[in-house]
Design a protein around this ligand. Structure first.
Ligand code: S3P
Length: 738
């Protein structure tokens, strides 16, 4: 049921947007009390005759009757109206707006005072049309469209949830941003195009024989100039309200135009063609990947490759992106906590962003990520909403398995899907024990996704994991949060324990027995929101550790790396191979050990990999195999069959790539033997696996000729700025997109 059911909603301004809100609300709530204020008596009369609104009147009379007030006026009018309506608003009412500029409205709200600020939750539906007035309103204007909420620090999570739910009931996708970021983004993507449309029509209209020009104008002109038919009053308001951000982007645009003008007058064909083809590529990409309001971003360009020239020295100081495991968990736990969770250092990679999108789809307001910062308005353990479509987990086994545990216990049904790689990964490892807890989960006949989950009450179990999997452990602990009684999971060997540490950080009590390798929790407690500082991902740092370890003359400092002992297998194994790695500035950040790592080149030797290190280095084997290829002697790995069911079969994919480089390998069902030697060059297929792609990028440092790695788009799942950081550190890498 919607949070606004049974509440009176007042819409101030019954134009195209206000009217469409009213029509949409009426469609989903025939009994909803909808009130309106407008100067246009004809529009109000028509809306009453249409049975879209119940009543209308002056704001002095209507405001005291309303639980939710939506102001749908041009931006400057909203800023002027807020102080006028403030005295008439009920104590527990919530006020929102629809303006496409936020900062100046928030300043106006701030002048009214603290109390008003706590009630005012700004929002902006990215929907509209060049038509205006109540007559142009439609009941599905917001369906599958984005609405951006820009909550204020003073807003309670409950108030934010009411506004989220209001837009959700109209079928919108609710996003979150800071108001400053919102105004920057809108200046570039909406305000500038409107200005250009008005300007071009104005220029043409003032030309002599403009009539003649317009007569011959065709589809191109109509497409481009459509926005110039928008409401003139509204748009002059918008530019004045968002003057600073618009001026900044307009300056860039003017500079660009002047350069184009120069290129035209100099007949610089190459320059023009270059700029146009870059723009065409960017626009095609936007249409393919983002302009699909009703579905999630599932398209990707699989045609990109890395090209790396051989050789180089690794030096300097870098900080790699945030830890993927902790980023996923910060969203999941923040979403179901009570209160507001603030995250720093969040990994803005595709995997974690799919988790963000999933929780947004389940009604959670999430602001950001903006430069790694994220604010999650927790809805509490019982506050998630049924997703309206399958939740797309992209490439991420972690997201799918952890969400499966959480969703199995919800009072609604859900479907989890993934990309081609994820769709072939084993899910029975979680479906089996979840079913023992009482869950109903269907997989494909071979135990692969999609997962179809029928939410139902669960009971705690004691489960001995057959493999050391943090995903399985975390899935069951998340299900256990909701289960009746105690859920105990035991692991055959230590594997990453972020879920346990973070649950404790969210004030959920659990018992751990390291000697027995068990973790138990009692279902039914609440989680309390907290602040999270995500350390740099040791799995991403690993590429640079190996890069420096294999490259004579290298000396690199990696800052703020998470060194949780359940993740440091890569350090232990590289040291065993002879690498010189020093940890400094060791500290605890939000319950996770963090350190700066310095690594200098030293010749490596092959080793037998101890079994207890396998779960601690499970994601780092692709790049450790590169270290082994550059080491003197043999490296042998057994007991690592898990590597065959990662994003690709990593034993096979690495063996093929290493052979391509001229390295002798012997493949076992559960591992590999690698004989260190000279690396050639050539083209290597990453099999669409991010870590295989990055591992071979590192190998080029010791290759005799250039290395090309195909199918690398998935690097964006875990390490979106890999190419930039790798170049900065000394790898001669470029990205080639076809
Ligand atoms: C992860 C656990 C590991 C790891 C994955 C992330 C996690 O998987 O490979 O990249 O965040 O829990 P398994 O639990 O399947 O070993």
């Amino acid at each position: 049921m919607s949070n606004s059911a049974g509440k009176s909603i007042l819409i101030i301004g019954l134009g195209m947007i206000g009217g469409s809100i009213a029509r949409g609300l009426r469609k989903v709530g025939p009994d909803q009390m909808i009130l309106a204020c407008d100067q246009d008596q004809e529009a109000l009369g028509q809306a009453i005759r249409d049975k879209i609104i119940n009543d209308s009147g002056s704001f002095e009379i209507m405001c005291p009757l309303a639980d939710i007030i939506i102001i749908a006026l041009p931006p400057l009018s909203i800023a002027r109206l807020l102080p006028k309506i403030a005295p008439y608003i009920k104590d527990d009412a919530i006020v929102t707006d629809v303006a496409s500029v936020k900062s100046h409205i928030i300043s106006a709200a701030a002048e009214i005072g603290e109390d008003f600020l706590s009630k005012f939750v700004p929002a902006h539906p990215i929907a509209g049309s060049e038509q205006s007035g109540y007559r142009a309103s439609i009941d599905n204007l917001f369906e599958s469209r984005n609405v951006i909420i820009t909550p204020l620090a003073t807003n309670s999570p409950e108030a934010v949830a009411v506004i989220n739910d209001l837009w959700r009931s109209l079928g919108a996708n609710v996003l979150g941003m800071s108001s400053a970021r919102h105004d920057e983004v809108l200046a570039a993507t909406s305000h500038l195009p409107h200005l250009l449309a008005y300007a071009i029509v104005d220029v043409l209209a003032k030309q002599e024989q403009s009539e003649d020009i317009f007569r011959y104008a065709a589809g191109g002109f109509a497409d481009f100039s459509r926005l110039a038919s928008s409401d003139a009053k509204m748009w002059s308001d918008i530019f004045i309200a968002n003057a600073d951000a618009t001026e900044r982007v307009l300056d860039d645009y003017i500079k660009n135009l002047l350069t184009l003008k120069k290129a035209i007058s100099e007949h610089d064909h190459v320059y023009l063609e270059n700029i146009f083809s870059q723009a065409k590529h960017a626009r095609d990409n936007f249409i393919n990947t983002h302009y699909k309001p009703s579905s999630q971003v599932e398209m990707r360009n699989t045609q990109s490759s890395f090209h790396i020239e051989p050789g180089g020295i690794i030096e300097g100081k870098i900080r790699v992106a945030g830890d993927k495991s902790i980023s996923h968990r910060s969203i999941i736990l923040g979403a179901i906590a009570n209160g507001v969770t603030r995250v720093k250092g969040f990994l803005e990679g595709e995997d974690a962003l799919n988790t963000v999108a999933a929780f947004r789809e389940m009604g959670v307001t999430i602001i950001g990520p903006e430069s790694g910062e994220m604010t999650i308005y927790g809805v509490g353990k019982q506050g998630l909403k049924a997703p309206r479509k399958p939740l797309y987990m992209g490439n991420s086994g972690t997201a799918m398995r952890l969400l499966a545990g959480l969703l199995a216990a919800q009072p609604f049904d859900s479907v989890l899907t993934g990309d081609e790689s994820l769709s072939s990964r084993p899910m029975n490892r979680i479906a089996g024990p979840l079913r023992e807890m009482g869950a109903q989960i269907d997989t494909d006949s071979d135990g692969t996704p999609p997962l179809r989950i029928t939410g139902r009450p669960l009971r705690g179990i004691k489960y001995d994991m057959p493999m050391a999997s943090a995903q399985v452990k975390s899935c069951l602990l998340l299900a256990g949060l909701y289960a009746e009684g105690v859920t105990t999971v035991s692991e055959p060997a230590p594997c990453r324990d972020h879920t346990e540490r973070m649950l404790a950080g969210f004030a959920y009590s659990l018992e751990r027995d390291p000697a027995r390798g068990t973790c138990s929790l009692v279902g039914g407690q609440a989680l309390q929101a907290t602040d999270i500082d995500v350390p740099a991902d040791i799995s991403s740092a690993a590429f640079f550790l190996v890069a420096a370890a294999i490259c004579p003359g290298s000396n690199l400092l990696l800052e703020h790396v998470g060194v949780n002992p359940t993740r440091t297998g890569v350090i232990n194994l590289l040291r065993a191979m002879g690498a010189d790695i020093v940890l400094s500035n060791e500290r605890l950040v939000g319950g996770e050990p963090v350190a700066d790592l310095t690594i200098q080149y030293r010749p490596l030797k092959g080793i037998e990999i101890p079994a207890d290190q396998i779960p601690l280095a499970i994601d780092e084997f692709p790049v450790l195999f590169i270290a082994a290829a550059c080491a003197e002697g043999e490296t042998v790995l057994h007991g690592a069959e898990e590597l065959r069911v990662k994003e690709s079969d990593r034993i096979d994919a690495m063996a093929k790539g290493l052979e391509q480089l001229g390295i002798a390998t012997e493949v076992f069902a559960d591992g590999i033997r690698i004989v260190g030697g000279k690396l050639g060059g050539g083209t290597i297929d990453s099999h669409g696996d991010h870590r295989i792609a990055m591992a071979f990028a590192v190998s080029a440092l010791r290759a005799e000729s250039a290395v090309t790695i195909t199918n690398v788009a998935n690097v964006a799942t875990s390490f979106p700025d890999f190419v930039e950081l790798a170049s900065r550190a000394g790898i001669k890498i470029s990205m080639v997109s076809e």
